[in-house]
Ligand binder design. Structure first.
Ligand code: DX5
Ligand code: ZN
Length: 218
């Protein structure tokens, strides 16, 4: 399985997000990861569907949108209209998780379900039939640049065993070394924010590509 690289613009200069998306469009990466935060589920507020829509015309790559918000069911249509391809919601905020995942699919987007480091893998087991992707957070959501939590790798292994054909995405603290570990544990999508933007994105992503290729070949 080819590993999907999904750089996040969270660590880009927010005054120059268009340039960041254009840099990713030209680089060797597969999806563009967009972190939407509401100031409630997580303390920071980032951007919403209107900003995503404004970035859409700058790239042909799939937009992988990670909603760290409460009441995600109220935002499905707005993100669909903004041109998002994959919409991921958090299990922790959603008492009707199965239904909301179905609503995402019915709108024409792929549906993802995310779990925090403190949430067991079992939280997604009964909704796998309604999801295309499981996002295993490897930091507590809200900020870029945190340290990868190695204890979460066991959940990656578990989810991969339950869901051999789903995308299993890791997000948080991913760099060359931790991407390798995540791929070895069964992840096929790696998100990288501060790693990508702490240097020249194209060079950083080329190094990440080499690392994940080695890991999936071994
Ligand atoms: C964190 C976000 C991540 C963030 C990761 O809550 O969900 O997508 O961009 O940043 P790094 O890669 O710096 O840990
Ligand atoms: Zn994210």
């Amino acid at each position: 399985m080819k590993t999907i690289l999904a750089p996040s613009i969270l660590s880009a200069d927010f005054g120059r997000l268009a340039e960041a998306v254009l840099a990713l469009e030209a680089a060797d990466c597969d999806w563009i990861h967009l972190d939407v935060m509401d100031g409630s589920f997580v303390p920071p507020i980032t951007f919403g569907a209107q900003a995503v829509a404004a970035l859409r015309s700058l790239s042909r790559k799939p937009f992988d949108c990670h909603l760290m918000i409460e009441h995600p069911e109220t935002q499905i249509e707005a993100f669909k209209e903004a041109g998002v391809d994959r919409l991921t919601i958090h299990a922790e905020v959603c008492p009707h998780l199965h239904r909301v995942l179905q609503q995402i699919r019915e709108s024409g987007m792929s549906a993802g379900v995310a779990i925090n480091p403190g949430t067991p893998a079992a939280a997604v087991r009964d909704v796998l039939e309604s999801a295309d992707l499981v996002l295993v957070m490897t930091v507590n959501p809200g900020w870029g640049g945190q340290k990868f939590l190695h204890g979460c790798l066991e959940k990656v292994r578990q989810v991969r065993e339950w869901a051999p054909n789903h995308h299993v995405e890791v997000d948080g603290g991913v760099g060359v070394e931790t991407a390798r570990l995540a791929v070895e544990a069964g992840a096929d999508v790696v998100v990288a924010g501060s790693y990508t933007f702490s240097g020249e994105p194209a060079e950083r992503l080329a190094a990440l590509r080499r690392a994940v290729c080695e890991a999936s070949a071994s």
